[in-house]
Design a protein around this ligand. Structure first.
Ligand code: FE2
Ligand code: FE2
Length: 178
């Protein structure tokens, strides 16, 4: 399997989550109350799975290794855009979380912000995935030898393996700190 294989499998789960978020937006637009548990789940999914696990492998391994390569100007530009997209995703999630806190504090205007940021998220993500899968992933694989590809797959697996331990260690430490 090429190293982009696991990344593409992860994209499929992110797309399924995007569809669930779409349903939540529909319900909210029709006057439903905010499902706080689902909103928390959304924030955790985007932060932990989409950003830390998925973007983490892209940025720390694939993009990082591409820095050593003489990429074509077109691919170099796309790489820059992808990095900026990741930053945008983080900004959106932070805004959602802040709006949730304001909503819990009784600010009714926060609901509009939650809906607008969720809409931003579901419109931006599919475009990001399309850019990676249809304009970037396959051409950049040509810059790596078979051995480099194998090593990258191993690095991906190691990255994933350490993630759950790191996450729960941090959660315990945060609780200990009060
Ligand atoms: Fe990405
Ligand atoms: Fe991706």
């Amino acid at each position: 399997m090429l190293p982009i294989g696991p990344l593409m499998i992860e994209h499929r789960l992110i797309e399924r989550m995007i569809r669930l978020i779409e349903k939540m937006i529909e319900a909210l637009s029709q006057g439903a109350h905010v499902d706080l548990a689902f909103l928390d789940f959304t924030v955790d999914f985007i932060r932990t799975y989409a950003d830390r696990c998925h973007h983490g492998k892209e940025e720390n391994i694939l993009f990082h290794d591409l820095e050593e390569k003489k990429l074509s100007p077109i691919l170099r530009n796309i790489l820059q855009e992808l990095i900026e997209d990741h930053v945008k995703g983080r900004t959106i999630v932070t805004r959602i979380e802040k709006a949730k806190t304001r909503y819990l504090g009784g600010k009714s205007s926060a609901l509009t912000e939650i809906i607008s940021q969720l809409k931003e998220l579901i419109s931006f993500y599919p475009k990001h995935i399309d850019k990676e899968e249809n304009h970037f992933f396959r051409p950049v694989m040509d810059y790596f030898s078979n051995e480099e590809r194998e090593n990258m797959l191993k690095e991906f697996a190691d990255f994933d393996r350490s993630l759950i331990h790191a996450k729960y260690k941090e959660l315990v430490e945060r609780s200990e700190a009060g």
